[in-house]
Design a protein around this ligand. Structure first.
Ligand code: ADP
Length: 267
């Protein structure tokens, strides 16, 4: 288990939760694509960044959105001074360099992107580039990782079984309180008792189910609250700004959440 004392300074800090590090290493070694599902801000991106550093591979991260097309991933011809020239997209670059390509929130991308991913995610491991008449064979070091948040999914956007069944899948969630406390200290260096209070508060907030709270407070927001408090911001105001207002626009919901905050940090 990594502790901060023996954590290499050039490595992104990542506190492993279960067997995800070993599974990822196996997947990399055996050229299996990986799918990570989990709520926002629970450590998916940090994990992939850490694994890329561990495995010594460059990482290309693409934040997918509903306008993202296959050409955004593969590349396109651009207009130069005298003629057009081909410019590789991040996926093509990753295949050429034997890098890790991470498609964050892949279900957001346009459907034509799945056509590109299919031949890369089975034993062919090829990337056909129609525009340049190339057919790239992915080297063993190339790895495709995708993630999505099952909470956001709707029927139209959900991943088709024919796509999802091409990946080894990992489920992430918010860590247990003791691990989340450790992460908070690892990320912000706040003292143990403050970390514990913040983690307990966040877990109390997570219990509150309200129609206006689409998703519970994330580990990312918890880190924000800790940073604000550590640098002298009033704890109640910090929790409002980091743990309450980002969750809801409804004033009654915000007030209900603030009551929980005041029970922890109120004078
Ligand atoms: P996601 O990609 O799931 O939306 P991130 O990976 O960006 O979330 O995580 C958000 C933040 O939470 C990170 O920047 C980091 O500060 C913290 N974090 C979450 N999980 C961990 C973990 N296991 N180890 C270290 N930091 C973590």
């Amino acid at each position: 288990m990594d502790t901060l004392e023996n954590y290499p300074s050039n490595m992104p800090y990542y506190r492993s939760i279960g067997n995800e590090v070993t599974l990822f290493e196996h997947a990399y070694r055996h050229q299996l694509p990986v799918l990570i599902k989990g709520p926002t801000g629970c450590g998916k991106t940090r994990f992939v960044t850490y694994m890329a550093a561990q495995l010594g591979r460059p990482l290309y991260t693409v934040a997918c959105h509903d306008d993202l097309t296959a050409a955004d991933l593969i590349g396109r011809h651009l207009i130069g001074h005298e003629s057009t020239y081909w410019s590789d997209g991040p996926l093509t670059r990753a295949v050429r360099e034997g890098a890790i390509c991470y498609l964050d929130e892949v279900v957001e991308a346009r459907k034509d992107t799945t056509v590109v991913l299919h031949p890369l995610t089975d034993d062919r491991r090829i990337l056909p580039i129609e525009r340049t008449n190339e057919r790239l064979q992915a080297p063993p070091e190339f790895m495709l990782v995708v993630s999505y948040n099952p909470g956001y999914q709707n029927l139209l956007k959900g991943m088709k079984p024919s796509t999802r069944q091409r990946f080894v899948a990992l489920r992430f969630n918010y860590p247990t309180p003791s691990i989340e406390q450790e992460i908070l200290i690892g990320e912000t260096d706040i003292d143990k008792s403050l970390a514990l209070r913040l983690v307990n508060l966040t877990n109390a907030l997570r219990q509150l189910k309200d129609h206006d709270i689409e998703e519970a407070a994330s580990t990312r927001l918890l880190v924000y609250a800790a940073i604000l408090i550590k640098h002298g911001f009033d704890p109640v105001d910090a929790c409002r700004a980091a743990l309450v207002e980002p969750l809801s626009d409804d004033i009654d919901t915000v007030n209900a959440l603030m009551e929980v905050v005041l029970a922890t940090f109120g004078k």
